[in-house]
Structures are given as C-alpha cells and as structure tokens.
Design a binder for this molecule. Structure first.
Ligand SMILES: O=P(O)(O)OP(=O)(O)OP(=O)(O)OC[C@H]1O[C@@H](n2cnc3c(O)ncnc32)[C@H](O)[C@@H]1O
Ligand SMILES: [Mg+2]
Length: 196
C-alpha cells in the first residue's frame, strides 16, 4: 500500500486523515518518536504548516504532509487563531480551551457569534518547493458544549444548516464538510504533481 507521512501528533487529525486518504497507509510523528518537537512559532497557519512538513521531510528524506489549523472567532478579532491548540495554556487542554472561548463570548448575542475553522495543508518534499492548500468551514460558537465526536473545539462549533455541533456529526459527516476535508480536496486536485 502507498504510504503518506503526516507531520502531526494529534490523534484526532490522524484518525480523520486515515478516513480521508483511503487506500493509503498513514504514518505520523507518533511513528518517529526520536524526532525533536517542532516549535510552532510562525505567525500564520501557512508558516506553521510549512515548518512542520519541511522539518520532517528533511529528517526522513521523503514527501511529508502537515496540517496547521484552528478556530477563528469574529467577535474575538480572529482569536484563538494560530494559538488554538494552546489557547488556555501550554497543557493543550481541549476542555479548558473551549471554556475560555465560551467565557469570552458570554455577553455576545447569537448573531455575532460567527466563526470558522481554517486548515492549511503543506506538502514538502526534499528539493521541491513546498505547496500550501487551504480549506475553511463556516459556523457559529454555541453557548455550551454539545456532542462527543471529533476533537478540539468541535463541541462548541455549531453548524446552523444541520442544527448540530461538529461534535454531534458522525466522522463521515464531518469529513464531508470540514476545513480539513476542503483543504485536502485542493491537494487531491494536484495529486499527480505529487505522485499520489
Ligand atoms: O501540530 P500538530 O501536531 O498537528 O497538532 P496540534 O493539535 O498542535 O494542531 P495545530 O497546531 O494545528 O493546532 C490546531 C488546534 O486547532 C483546533 N482544531 C483544529 N482542527 C480542528 C477540528 O477539526 N475540530 C476541532 N478543533 C480543531 C484544535 O484545538 C487543535 O489542537
Ligand atoms: Mg501544533
């Protein structure tokens, strides 16, 4: 089976990529435990995605994909943005991150709670220019967490058309409309360039 290496340690992302890239064997940073932590010090999703993909591609000398993603809340001027994973502190705790967003929005009326998930996928290969593919998914921030599927901010990300939060969708439903799925569609439109 063809193999795809994804520079992520996030088990939620790994599970989604396994479903999205069917027919491929998915490897991740969890399979390369000796590679030092990659510091995400970029100011944009694109910079961080490129850094993650390029760093691992150099270490293993083969093509690597990375995903840098996050939640952008309009009433918070785009926060948590690139700081989504660590919004409530270095412990990277999903529940604390969601509580912080809900607290910051406690006086914001429903019509002003618009938000989106953003995903930048970088593809890096030794001696090739890194390419970036973007996907988004529009929604609203709920007033409380609902649902147990997915990961990260999914329980507070409400999708009005479906009247459910992202965490109330099945994996299949999320993978049809998510920011990650949309970015991957862009990548797959170029898959021949990458020999996939
Ligand atoms: O860097 P890697 O190892 O890939 O894993 P990470 O969790 O640190 O990933 P990011 O740096 O891209 O941070 C993204 C954060 O944004 C949130 N996020 C991204 N995609 C999401 C999704 O599909 N649903 C809910 N939250 C998501 C979640 O809190 C992630 O931890
Ligand atoms: Mg990260």
């Amino acid at each position: 089976m063809k193999e795809i290496v994804i520079a992520t340690q996030n088990k939620g992302k790994i599970a989604e990529f396994k479903q999205l890239f069917h027919g491929f064997e998915i490897r991740s940073l969890l399979d390369y435990p000796t590679i030092p932590d990659i510091v995400e010090d970029g100011e944009t999703f694109a910079e961080n995605a490129a850094k993650k993909a390029e760093t691992l591609a150099l270490h293993i000398n083969q093509m690597v994909i990375a995903d840098d993603s996050g939640l952008q809340v309009d009433a918070l001027d785009g926060r948590p943005g690139v700081y989504s994973a660590r919004y409530a502190g270095e412990s990277k705790n999903d529940k604390n991150n969601m509580e912080k967003v809900l607290m910051e929005l406690k006086d914001v009326p429903s019509e002003d709670r618009t938000a989106r998930f953003i995903c930048l996928i970088a593809v890096a290969s030794p001696n090739q220019e890194t390419k970036l593919y973007k996907g988004t998914c529009e929604g609203m921030i709920a007033t409380e967490a609902r649902g147990a599927n997915g990961f990260g901010y999914d329980p507070i990300f409400y999708i009005p058309e479906l009247d459910r939060t992202m965490a109330q969708l099945t994996a299949e439903e999320k993978n049809k409309r998510s920011h990650r799925a949309n970015a991957l569609k862009e990548l797959l439109a170029h898959q021949r360039e990458w020999g996939l």
